[in-house]
Design a protein around this ligand. Structure first.
Ligand code: DGL
Length: 277
């Protein structure tokens, strides 16, 4: 395949469900000319309370499908949980494929925090992962991190269950302690799961105006641009690219969310990751 034909191939983006749409939103803002295939692995969501072996197996299945059936030129793992469990496996499996992962934005939060107290909301699996421990160790002494495993929150967002999402957000924010810019308060809150930016307004109401909410979609998009440029796979600016939406679960749910969050009206296709076809 010529290099211009390869560059025209889509970028594969996947998550356990609709959360990765928050990353796709940032990717489309950063790289509007690129084509994207978004896969929601909703039949196996939520990922956040699963074991590493399960997550790794799912990530490999989904990535195999995106590479073999969708012909992607690069892969963005738009899920903190899957990145923590499987990014090394994916990179070892496709050494030539540009692969970008996502991790909770602790580093920028620690650097920007004035109070040096930072809240972190993420899935239990992300917080328990070896990759997250390495990240925490690296930042030791730079800030105090208040970690909150948010069991059930991604599932509530996934199911569009606004009442449960509201109850859980309130419970977890309260459990973390004081938010604000006074001494000892958390002036930054890291949204360490890609589902959480979809309930940003709920969280904003709970933490008040003096706390910065940080999501990793924009830095991941900038990293995707760098990685594509290095590989000679970046499309030049021009016509707006296309987005193909795929789900292993409910196509209606992904369609509704893509409409709601990104204004996308495309038909959602059922992805058969089990048979590879
Ligand atoms: N959106 C995913 C993340 O960033 C996982 C949510 C879930 O399926 O539990 O961690």
């Amino acid at each position: 395949m010529s290099s211009s034909a390869r560059a025209a191939a889509p970028i594969g983006v996947f998550d356990s469900g609709v959360g990765g749409l928050s990353v796709l939103r940032a990717l489309r803002a950063e790289l509007p000319q690129e084509n994207f295939v978004y896969l929601s692995d909703a039949a196996h969501a939520p990922y956040g309370e699963r074991a590493d072996e399960y997550l790794s197996a799912r990530a490999v299945r989904v990535a195999d499908y995106l590479v073999a059936q969708q012909g992607v030129k690069a892969l963005v793992v738009a899920c903190n949980t899957a990145t923590a469990a499987a990014i090394h496996t994916l990179r070892a499996r496709w050494p030539g494929l540009p692969i970008v992962g996502i991790e909770p934005a602790l580093k920028p939060a620690a650097a920007a925090s004035q109070t040096k107290v930072v809240g972190v909301m993420a899935t239990r699996s992300t917080l328990q992962s070896a990759k997250f421990k390495v990240l925490l160790d690296k930042l030791q002494g730079q800030a105090q991190f208040v970690l909150q495993a948010c069991d059930g929150l991604a599932a509530a967002i996934e199911n569009g269950d606004a009442d449960t999402a509201q109850t859980l957000c309130a419970r977890y924010v309260q459990a973390m302690g004081g938010f604000g810019h006074a001494d000892g308060q958390m002036d930054h809150l890291v949204l360490g799961c890609t589902h959480y930016p979809l309930v940003e307004s709920l969280l904003r109401n709970l933490v008040g105006p003096h706390t910065t909410l940080l999501e990793a979609g924009p830095p991941v998009s900038q990293q995707t641009r760098r990685v594509l440029a290095q590989a000679g796979l970046l499309l030049p600016p021009g016509v707006a690219g296309a987005v193909r939406l795929l789900s292993t679960g409910s196509t209606a749910e992904l369609g509704g969310n893509a409409q709601r969050w990104l204004g996308l009206n495309g038909v959602v296709i059922r992805a058969q990751t089990e048979t590879g076809g």
